[in-house]
Design a protein around this ligand. Structure first.
Ligand code: NAD
Ligand code: MG
Length: 386
C-alpha cells in the first residue's frame, strides 16, 4: 500500500493527485492539507477518509469541524489541525511513506524539510521551495536517503530521460517552454495586459499563480533554478527552448551529442502517477499523442528582453545565496498584487528586479534567514506600493 500525504489537496496538482489515487487500488490517503477551501476538503475527507487534515487558516478549520459534525454517523473523524504545525504533522505522520508537495509558494519549505528528515519520499511539485532552499534540502535528501521525485512536467521529463544513465553522461538540459499566452508580443503590447488575459494559458490548466508565472516566464525561471538543484548542473548547462505546442516536455543532451526527449499530451496526471509509482509504469486513462494527426513541433529562442523574468532568474540563480529567495518572494508578492489589480502586468518583473537590486546577498542563508528575507521583501514591496 502506498501511504500518501497530499499537501495542497484542493489545488490543481492536489486534485489531480486524488484522481490518480481514485484509480489505483493500492494507494491510500493518510493526510490532506489545504489553505481554506473547506467545501472541497469536506468532500475529499468523506471520499478518502484520511486520518489527519490540516486547514491552514484557523477560522476555516473551525468551519470544517462544524461541517463534519453533520456526518458524525458516517464514522469519518479525522484529526483536524491548523497552521504550520498542522502542515508539518500531515507531512510527517508516521504512516505516510510519500508526501505530495503541492502547496503553492515557499510556505512548503518547512513541511518538505521535516518530511525528508522523517524519511518520507517526496513527489515534488512545489518548485518555490527548492528555488529558495535547494541548498538546504538537497543535502538532507542525500543524508536521509529519500527519493525526491519531480512532478513538474519538465523535470519529470528530464528525470525520465536520465533514468538508468550513469552520472557524468549529461551535457545539457533542454528545458522546454510553451512561451505562454504572450509569446511573440512586445513590451508595448504587454503594457495593458489584464488579469483575465494573463490567466488564459494556451495549453495547460493550472492554479492562478503558476498561470501568471507562465505568462511572465518567471515560471520557466523558477524551473531553471529547480533543475539546477534536482539534476546538479550549472546554469550554463540549462538551455530554455520554446516549443509552443507543449508536446515535448523537455530533453537532455548527452556528452556524445545524443538527445533524448519525453513527449506526451499535456496531462499532469502522468508525472504525478509516475512519481507515486516510480519506477513502475502503470496504465493511465487519457488521450494519447497521435503522430498522424500532429502537424508540427516547432522551436524558438525565448525573447529574454521582453520576458525579463527568465533573465532575472538566471541572474538570481548564478548569484546564488539568498538572491533566489528575493527573486521568488518578490514574485509571489507581486503576482498577488497583480491578481488584486493593485499593480500592472509589467510591474511584476519590475518589482522583482527592484527587490533584487536592493538586496545585500547572504551567501549561505539558513532556513531562518530565508524566512526572514521573505518577510522583509513582502514588507518592502507593501511600503512602496501602498
Ligand atoms: P493551486 O493554487 O491550484 O493550489 C495550491 C494548493 O496549495 C491549494 O490546495 C491551497 O489550499 C494550498 N495552500 C496554499 N497555501 C497554503 C497554506 N498556507 N497551507 C496549506 N495549504 C496551502 O496551485 P497548483 O497549480 O496546484 O500548484 C501547486 C504547486 O505545484 C506550485 O508550486 C506550482 O508551481 C507547482 N506546479 C503546478 C503545476 C500545475 O499544473 N498546476 C505544474 C507544475 C508545477
Ligand atoms: Mg512546469
Amino acid at each position: 500500500m502506498k501511504q500518501i500525504a497530499v499537501l495542497g489537496s484542493t489545488g490543481s496538482i492536489g486534485s489531480q493527485t486524488l484522481e490518480v489515487v481514485r484509480s489505483n487500488d493500492d494507494m491510500h490517503i493518510v493526510s490532506l492539507a489545504a489553505s481554506s477551501n473547506v467545501e472541497l476538503l469536506e468532500q475529499q475527507i468523506l471520499e478518502f477518509q484520511p486520518e489527519m487534515v490540516c486547514v491552514y487558516r484557523e477560522d476555516k478549520a473551525k468551519e470544517l469541524k462544524e461541517r463534519l459534525k453533520t456526518h458524525s454517523m458516517s464514522g469519518v473523524n479525522p484529526e483536524i489541525l491548523t497552521g504550520m504545525d498542522g502542515l508539518v504533522a500531515c507531512a510527517t505522520h508516521r504512516d505516510v511513506t510519500i508526501v505530495v508537495a503541492a502547496v503553492v509558494g515557499m510556505i512548503g519549505i518547512r513541511p518538505v524539510i521535516e518530511a525528508v528528515k522523517a524519511g518520507k519520499d517526496i513527489a515534488f511539485a512545489n518548485k518555490e521551495t527548492l528555488v529558495t532552499a535547494g541548498h538546504i534540502i538537497m543535502p538532507l535528501v542525500e543524508k536521509y536517503g529519500v527519493n525526491l521525485l519531480p512532478v513538474d512536467s519538465e523535470h519529470a521529463a528530464i528525470f525520465q530521460c536520465l533514468n538508468g544513465e550513469p552520472h557524468g553522461g549529461l551535457n545539457k538540459i533542454l528545458l522546454t517552454a510553451s512561451g505562454g499566452p504572450f509569446r511573440g508580443k512586445s513590451r508595448e503590447e504587454l503594457l495593458h495586459v489584464q488579469v483575465e488575459d494573463a490567466l488564459r494559458h494556451p495549453n495547460w490548466s493550472m492554479g492562478q499563480k503558476i498561470t501568471i508565472d507562465s505568462s511572465t516566464m518567471v515560471n520557466k525561471g523558477l524551473e531553471v533554478i529547480e533543475a539546477r538543484w534536482l539534476f546538479d548542473v550549472d546554469f550554463d548547462q540549462i538551455q530554455v527552448v520554446l516549443q509552443p505546442q507543449s508536446v515535448i516536455h523537455s530533453m537532455v543532451e548527452f556528452q556524445d551529442g545524443a538527445v533524448m526527449a519525453q513527449l506526451g499530451t499535456p496531462d499532469m496526471k502522468l508525472p504525478i502517477q509516475y512519481a507515486l509509482c516510480y519506477p513502475e509504469r502503470r496504465h493511465l486513462v487519457g488521450e494519447r499523442l497521435d503522430f498522424w494527426k500532429m502537424k508540427e513541433i516547432t522551436f524558438e529562442k525565448p525573447d529574454a528582453e521582453t520576458f525579463r523574468g527568465l533573465t532575472l532568474a538566471y541572474d538570481a540563480g548564478r548569484i546564488g545565496g539568498s538572491m533566489p529567495t528575493v527573486f521568488n518572494a518578490a514574485n509571489e508578492k507581486a503576482v498577488a498584487l497583480f491578481l488584486e489589480r493593485k499593480i500592472s502586468y509589467l510591474e511584476i518583473t519590475q518589482t522583482i528586479e527592484w527587490c533584487m537590486g536592493e538586496h545585500n546577498n547572504i551567501e549561505n542563508p539558513s532556513l531562518e534567514d530565508i524566512l526572514e528575507i521573505e518577510q522583509d521583501v513582502y514588507k518592502q514591496i507593501t511600503l512602496v506600493k501602498n
